[in-house]
Design a protein around this ligand. Structure first.
Ligand SMILES: [Fe+2]
Ligand SMILES: [Fe+2]
Length: 199
């Protein structure tokens, strides 16, 4: 079961100090794993079925990148701007924010596909509330994916996590559509040509 692989996949979970928050991480992954038992190896889940693991890494590396950066980011905000962020919330949000992709991604004729119209951020936030996450964490999860004016962060932590999310996947313009372009297209915005003379 996926939940039994969490401790090994995400050693930084041990740094979550609040027992209630750490327990909720496991309860959330248990829930999504039971919803869709097709996934049995946490290291074989992609960030998206259109992003091959061999080239873009997997969902687990996306999460590990976020837990690693969070441990630098949280003390940096305190040191430089005296902004208090909760490292427990960042670590927990990183590990569960995309957990509903376990439900969203299903196998059809042997190929992994995303369920059209499935809002994995909304679903993960809904599950987060049901397993006992603080509302602040559920909000971070709900707005983690950039949807422009459709979903606006209301806290410093949610705003910062929304920017952290696309940092932790190597989708760059040198290889095709960039993370920025993919987000724009997902919001049905078209990308025009750059102004003349701009590098
Ligand atoms: Fe996401
Ligand atoms: Fe993500």
């Amino acid at each position: 079961m996926l939940v039994d692989q969490l401790t090994r996949a995400f050693p930084d979970l041990a740094r979550i100090r609040e027992e209630r928050v750490r327990k909720a991480v496991f309860d959330q992954w248990r829930y999504v794993g039971e919803c869709n038992p097709e996934h049995d190896d946490i290291e074989r889940i992609p960030v998206h079925p259109t992003l091959p693991i061999e080239k873009y890494g997997n969902l687990a590396s996306h999460i590990r990148g976020q837990t690693a950066i969070s441990q630098v980011l949280v003390p940096t905000y305190k040191k430089e701007w005296d902004v208090d962020l909760d490292l427990d919330h960042f670590l927990a949000c990183a590990v569960v924010h995309d957990s509903a992709k376990v439900i969203e991604f299903t196998y059809q004729d042997g190929a992994l596909v995303a369920t059209p119209g499935f809002d994995h951020a909304y679903e993960a936030a809904r599950i987060a509330l049901s397993v006992g996450f603080p509302r602040e964490v559920a909000h971070m999860i709900a707005v983690h994916t950039y949807l422009g004016p459709k979903r606006i962060p209301r806290t410093a932590a949610a705003q910062i996590f929304q920017f952290l999310d696309p940092i932790c996947v190597p989708v760059f313009p040198e290889q095709g559509k960039s993370a920025v372009e993919r987000h724009l297209e997902a919001n049905r915005w078209t990308v025009g040509p750059a102004p003349d003379g701009l590098p």
